[in-house]
Design a protein around this ligand. Sequence first.
Ligand code: ADP
Length: 196
Amino acid sequence: MTRLLLIGPPGAGKGTQAVRLSQACNVPAISTGDIFRSNVQNGTELGLKAAEFMNAGKYVPDSLTNDLVRSRLNEPDVDNGFLLDGYPRTAAQVAELDDILAGTGHELDVVVLLVADSDEIVKRLSKRALEQGRSDDTEDVIRHRLDVYAEQTAPLIEIYSDRGLVVEVDGLGSVDDVTARITGALDARGIALLAS
Ligand code: ADP
């Protein structure tokens, strides 16, 4: 019954850890980035609209993002918890999520902040550009995404810290090490985990 957010700069490893944590916590992982990318691939109307923002390293407008998350969080499989990866990313999205959760009578349990320094991030994203060919992983776009993160998303850390929800975890090191660090921190907060 865990309701968890994963926050961190692009390239911190949220997507990789989200898959593992959703298994460890036995809750569905909901990644707005993945949802947008699959809409782009399938050529949906939402995908066509989202692509122009994503390719420029900009956030997709809240008017598109909020409705998507609201309908996803009203599906029955999230009754027992969820892991949100990449949402909220703006103060307005925090307010929207508060409103969605108030409507379902639920509260967040923890916000995992995955940190990595910008040199490491640029290195990882440049490597991912070669391996996966993501259209938002070019150098200029990466730099812009980091700026947008610093300006619009980093302030969310204080909002959630004030609520006593933030657990900060170092995203450097092997994928297994980072997972162990996060699950260790969740365990220390009394969050139920499946034995791995
Ligand atoms: P990363 O964390 O590496 O930037 P994501 O897969 O989380 O990758 O997001 C990729 C892109 O999808 C973002 O740059 C943005 O354009 C869009 N996106 C994802 N989540 C949101 C959101 N909550 N609000 C607005 N745009 C979003």
